[in-house]
Design a protein around this ligand. Structure first.
Ligand code: NAD
Length: 261
């Protein structure tokens, strides 16, 4: 059978590790040509080497900081020209800064918003321009977080940025629905990736984190990549503007499990 994404060209931001790298492997394994964005060329080359080859041509690396308007716009233009098109954009790059909210620094706050929010909106803008000009029914999948709706004390800018992504997805979806362009988000719960090294590598903390999740375990990057694939593929052809929570039940108010009254 033809692989699900054969002939499709996919641009993934923040693909040097974690969920982005796993998503790249998912799309390549399903026949797509993949463009890996990130900042660390060595790390991107390692991910590149792990991708399944596809007959349509090589996968690419386009390093750029997603919050640098010129750098990421140039990277996308280069990718579109070298791949001969773009069908799917995955806005995955993101990071967080911890600290008590009464002491947040404006520079740190702007950096998180710059990467997580503008670093989504700018690549989305570039893809939309290309799709509108060429009459392509493209798809964008944004990597949000359960912290789109769950408060995250000590991470004010991260919580603000993920909240913003929910309405960015809804606004873009409404604005471009009539063109057949779909924009959705995935909202992961606690996933085993380098962003969570602090508890992933600490058996005690790993247990504590797991105990708060109704399914009693963190998720794996592959469990997010598969849902990103669903939202970017034909099985979700009538879905737009939605955020799909993939969190082992984390957003279900776990304390109510025992039905106390
Ligand atoms: P990660 O730290 O392993 O990966 C983040 C990726 O983004 C890396 O490749 C990093 O290099 C890249 N990146 C960061 N800043 C960048 C920039 N300015 N320009 C280009 N690339 C940049 O983390 P992850 O867990 O794989 O996170 C991926 C996304 O998933 C993030 O948006 C994160 O907020 C979200 N998320 C993760 C979890 C989780 O539990 N791991 C939960 C909810 C949401």
């Amino acid at each position: 059978p033809t692989p699900a994404f054969a002939g499709q060209k996919v641009f993934i931001t923040g693909a040097s590790q974690g969920i982005g790298a796993e998503t790249a492997r998912f799309f390549a394994a399903n026949g797509a040509r993949v463009v890996l964005n990130g900042r660390n060329v060595k790390a991107l080359e390692t991910v590149l080497a792990s991708l399944a080859q596809v007959p349509e041509g090589p996968h690419l690396i386009t390093p750029a900081d997603v919050s640098d308007e010129k750098a990421i716009s140039d990277a996308m233009a280069k990718a579109i020209s070298e791949m001969g098109g773009l069908d799917i954009l995955i806005c995955n790059a993101g990071f967080q800064i911890e600290g008590p909210s009464e002491d947040f620094s404006v520079a740190d706050f702007e950096r998180v918003m710059g990467v997580n929010v503008l670093g989504t909106a700018i690549p989305a803008r570039q893809a939309l321009r290309y799709w509108l000009k060429n009459d392509i029914k493209g798809r964008i999948v944004v990597n949000s977080s359960v912290h789109q709706i769950i408060p995250k004390p000590g991470y004010l800018s991260y919580a603000a940025s993920k909240g913003a992504l929910g309405n960015i997805v809804r606004t873009l979806a409404l604005e471009y629905a009539s063109h057949g362009i779909r924009i959705n988000a995935v909202a992961p719960g606690a996933i085993v990736t380098p962003i969570n090294d602090s508890w992933v590598n600490d058996p005690e903390q790993y247990k504590v984190v797991s105990s708060h999740i109704p399914m009693k375990r963190p998720g794996q990057s592959a469990e997010i990549a598969a849902v990103i694939g669903f939202l970017a593929g034909p099985a979700s052809s009538y879905i737009t503007g939605q955020t799909l929570f993939v969190d082992g039940g984390l957003t279900l108010y776990a304390d109510f499990e025992k039905n106390w009254s």
